[in-house]
Write a protein that binds this ligand. Structure first.
Ligand SMILES: [Cu+2]
Length: 194
């Protein structure tokens, strides 16, 4: 087995390279900081290699999920879409096989800037992302509309309701959360007055 001997020889000469090629397990902490009204992923940007597994770990008791944007994953990949992590220590894992950039977020807290990226190997170029079909885009939009219904808006912090275009003092639905209208750009949330 000549190939085997060559491999064995390379492993002797470059033992670190052999170790580095092994799949690695990474953890992203899913953080709920109620006092400061912050929900975030730590690290926000994680670089891994093809074959590696990432586990999102819910550090606190709060509902979170991790979902790639419809156009937020590389050509030829499936993206990912986790169930809700609800309890402390709840976790969900995904193994990355296709190289490129995966931009994801938590649906309940996307308006609080709960976004993250996993870069597998090299980052995707601008034209290297999956182009979602109309059906994929509409399905995603429908999930947002379902999630951010009137009841949810009612319990949202005032500054977020204001960002959505609703009145901060009422539970008025946000005009922006209607199918076929673009979501507004999210300005930085003022920390004063909280
Ligand atoms: Cu969340």
């Amino acid at each position: 087995m000549k190939i085997f001997r060559i491999t064995a020889l390379l492993n002797c000469l470059f033992p670190l390279a052999a170790i580095a090629a092994e799949p690695t397990h990474h953890v992203v902490d899913v953080i709920t900081d109620i006092d400061n009204m912050r929900m975030y992923f730590e690290p926000k940007v994680l670089q891994v290699k093809a074959g590696d597994t990432v586990t999102w770990w819910n550090v606190h008791k709060e509902d979170h999920n991790v979902v790639t944007y419809p156009g937020g994953h590389p050509n030829g990949s499936e993206g990912f879409d986790s169930p809700f992590l609800r309890e402390i220590d709840a976790s969900w894992s995904h193994t990355f096989t296709v190289e490129g950039t995966y931009n994801y977020h938590c649906i309940p807290h996307m308006l609080l800037g709960m976004h993250g990226s996993v870069i597998v190997g090299e980052p995707s170029t601008a034209d290297g992302f999956h182009v979602p079909s109309r059906e994929e885009t509409m399905a995603y939009r429908h999930r947002l509309v379902e999630y951010f219904d009137y009841d949810e808006l009612d319990v949202m912090p005032k500054n977020v309701k204001t960002l959505l275009g609703g009145s901060p003092d009422t539970a008025e639905p946000a005009a922006a959360i209607i199918p076929n209208q673009a979501l507004p750009a999210i300005a930085p949330v003022e920390s004063s007055g909280m």
